[in-house]
Each structure stands twice: as C-alpha cells, then as structure tokens.
Design a binder for this molecule. Structure first.
Ligand SMILES: Cc1nc(C(Cc2ccccc2)(Cc2ccc(NS(=O)(=O)O)cc2)c2noc(C)n2)no1
Length: 306
C-alpha cells in the first residue's frame, strides 16, 4: 500500500563519485591487475540505454541515412529536422542531443555525414542555430572512408540544399587541428559557423598524448563561451559515439575540475549513454577520462603557455 518507500543506504547504481583529494588513490586501485576494476566498471555501462527505441532510424526511408547499421539514434533524444513534405523520414538525421555542464542540449552528437546526408547535416546546423562544429575524425583513416568531405574545398560558394548557401571564408591548419570559418546563408540571413577539426585521434582509441586534446578541448570551450546565445555545438567523428563521447567527457571534466570538489565519471558516461548509444565506446577511452583528471591532479598541464 502507500507506505513511504525509504531507500535505506540506497546504492545509487548510476554514479560513482570520487572526491578529488582521493582521486590518485582510487585511480591507482582501478588500474591494478591490468585495470581489472576499470574493466568491471566499464562492463556495468554496457547495457545502459539499450532498452530505448530507435524506430525512426529503422524506417525503410531512413535506412540509407545511417553510416553504420548498428549505430542508431534513440527516438527520445534524436534531433528532428523540420519535416519538409509528407515523405516519411524527412525529419530524420542520425543525431542526438547530449547534455553538457551548462544545458541539457549543449551538444549534438552525430555520425560523420554521408554523401546522401550532407544536406541534412547543414539543414540541422541552420535549424539548430549551431555556432561551432567539432570534427574528430579524418575523411579517410587507414584506407577506409570515415566521413564525407561535407565542407567546400576552397572559397567558392556552394549550395547545400535547396535554399542554403555555404562559403568557406578562412582555413587555418595548426599542428593538431584545423580551423575553418564558414558563412551559411538562407535568403537574406547569414550566420557564421566555425569548424574545429582535430586530425590526430585514431578510431576506437585515444590520442598518443592527451596534451594536444586538452588544448583542443579548451580552445573549443573558449569559443563556445562566446556564443552562449546560439544553439548546440555539433560534434561528430565517424559513428559519433566513441571519440565524440570522449570529447564531451573532456569538456565536462575540465570544468568540473575547476568548479567542483569531486568528479563522477561513471555517472557522466551513464548519462551520455542514456542519450546516445556507445558514447565513450572503448575501455581505453573510459580510462583516458580518468587519466585526464589524474594528470590535472598531478599538475601535468601548464595552461599559462596557451
Ligand atoms: C556495421 C558495424 N559498424 C561497426 C562499427 C565499426 C566496425 C566496422 C566493421 C568491423 C568492426 C567495427 C561502427 C563504429 C565505427 C567507428 C566508431 N568510432 S567513432 O567514430 O569514434 O565513434 C565506433 C563504431 C563498430 N565498432 O564497434 C562497434 C560496437 N561498432 N560494427 O559493425
């Protein structure tokens, strides 16, 4: 009957809070016996979110819009395009809203556009008023196509859909990433969109050194903080789950480290996986989220040099 349900010593299976003062000790324990405890924690995340529906992804009209048949978009959090006509699936793109530290829809995680979904991708950019695109894969990796070259090769204006015109205003190549400035125009309205393209992150893995990635994430965060009046930042890799989820984890942990006395990496990945499958895809990526906090604790990064 209606007795109060008191959760005595409820073991909250959705979070594993670690106080920053205890982090080194906890990290060392997790790493013992060839990361035996890391493997156990990561295994606890395996099925999280998987009971949610992906019906839009499975519509026959949308089958060709998924780069990988096993990486689909949960209906609950998927980004809906403005349905054009009544063709079923016209509102579909393989993309989900992901929470950040500052809002429930701070990010959009999506797959690397396909030739057939490039216009949908730019329509999403327009409709969501996106100021920044973060690209975390290369067009070709180890001889396999991982993402369409969805942006112009030079400064000639291009049509990317019936009523959207795209022009690249600037391209600047740095050692670990490339920055590109686009202008997207619809009718009389033009918007600036900046792309940060990280080019040294192997698929399914982690970068050889975290420092370039830390500097990249900080630079993107600095730019995001200038566009708080705009819409979500779009992040993609090839499937939009492994490297994409790890990037969101880095952004949130770099802020948490400054603003909180604890981190909850398990809980953060749990929350991401409720929004999009396989976010932080591999155990190595899960461990590297912990390595970031450990390195910060050990004072490994000197940000003044930025
Ligand atoms: C179809 C099919 N695609 C797959 C892939 C890639 C793949 C393709 C062919 C053989 C092995 C793996 C999809 C995939 C591709 C890339 C990434 N990495 S990401 O781009 O950083 O998100 C993550 C997942 C995958 N890898 O792990 C899981 C789970 N799915 N498996 O079957």
């Amino acid at each position: 009957q209606d007795r109060p349900k008191i959760e005595l010593n409820s073991v909250d299976r959705k979070s594993k809070v670690i106080q920053l003062v205890d982090f080194k000790q906890v990290y060392d324990e997790l790493r013992q016996d060839s990361s035996y405890k890391f493997a156990g924690e990561f295994f606890e995340l395996k099925e999280v979110g998987k009971d949610q529906t992906t019906e839009a992804s499975l519509l026959s009209a949308n089958r060709g819009k998924n780069r990988y048949t096993n990486i689909l978009a949960y209906d609950k959090t998927r980004v809906k395009l403005g349905a054009t006509d009544d063709d079923p699936g016209s509102d579909y793109i393989n993309a989900n809203f992901i929470a950040g530290n500052n809002s429930k829809r701070e990010f959009i995680a999506t797959q690397g556009p396909l030739p057939g979904t490039k216009e949908d991708f730019w329509r999403m950019c327009w409709e969501q008023n996106t100021p920044i695109i973060v690209a975390l894969c290369q067009v070709v990796e180890r001889g396999r196509i991982k993402c369409d070259h969805y942006w112009p090769y030079d400064s000639d204006p291009e049509w990317v859909g019936s009523d959207l015109q795209l022009v690249m205003e600037r391209e600047s190549t740095l050692p670990n990433w490339t920055e590109r400035d686009f202008i997207l125009t619809k009718g009389e309205t033009s918007r600036r969109i900046k792309q940060y393209h990280f080019t040294v992150w192997p698929d399914n893995g982690v970068p050889s050194s975290l420092e370039p990635l830390v500097k990249f994430v900080r630079q993107v965060r600095f730019e995001m903080n200038r566009f708080l009046d705009r819409g979500p930042t779009i992040i993609h890799c090839s499937a939009g789950v492994g490297r994409t989820g790890t990037f969101v984890g880095f952004d949130r942990l770099l802020q948490d480290y400054e603003n909180k006395s604890y981190v909850d990496i398990f809980g953060m990945v749990y929350e991401m996986r409720m929004s999009r499958c396989l976010m932080v895809q591999t155990e190595a990526q899960y461990i590297c989220l912990h390595e970031l906090v450990y390195d910060l604790q050990m004072g490994k990064y000197n940000f003044d040099r930025d």
